[in-house]
Design a protein around this ligand. Structure first.
Ligand code: ZN
Length: 131
């Protein structure tokens, strides 16, 4: 059974992990300038306003950059595997893992979830057809 989200993260990141437990990808949107950001911050990285709200992301994006990992100490993530920066449709780039078939820069991808025994699910990305 996954660790309850309320025991994971801190006050700033808890909404993200609570939503991850429901397989919802949240990012922040500035209430002043309307731009999105990820990773979470207490203020907008663009205009420095304090009002940032959590919103549900589309879960769709494109592979911006990737690297193949050849060694792993994590039995839950055996090597080789591919980590990537995925540029979400909303703009922010998310550091993540790609599933087989998505390992190409420019590939359209969509979020899916990797369950973990000791933590909330992790967002990972799989190939998606063009919207
Ligand atoms: Zn802003």
């Amino acid at each position: 059974m996954a660790q309850p989200a309320e025991d994971f993260g801190d006050a700033l990141t808890r909404p993200f992990w609570d939503a991850a437990a429901r397989h919802e990808l949240l990012i922040q949107r500035c209430e002043a300038c309307g731009r999105h950001q990820f990773y979470p911050r207490a203020f907008c990285r663009f205009c420095h306003a304090n009002g940032v709200a959590w919103v549900k992301a589309s879960g769709r994006g494109v592979v911006y950059s990737l690297t193949r990992i050849w060694h792993s100490d994590d039995p839950a993530q055996p090597a080789p595997y591919v980590n990537a920066l995925v540029e979400l449709d909303e703009g922010p780039r998310l550091f993540t893992t790609l599933l087989a078939g998505a390992e190409r820069i420019g590939q359209q991808v969509r979020v899916t979830w990797r369950e973990r025994a000791d933590a909330p699910p992790l967002p990972v990305f799989e190939a998606a057809e063009d919207p």
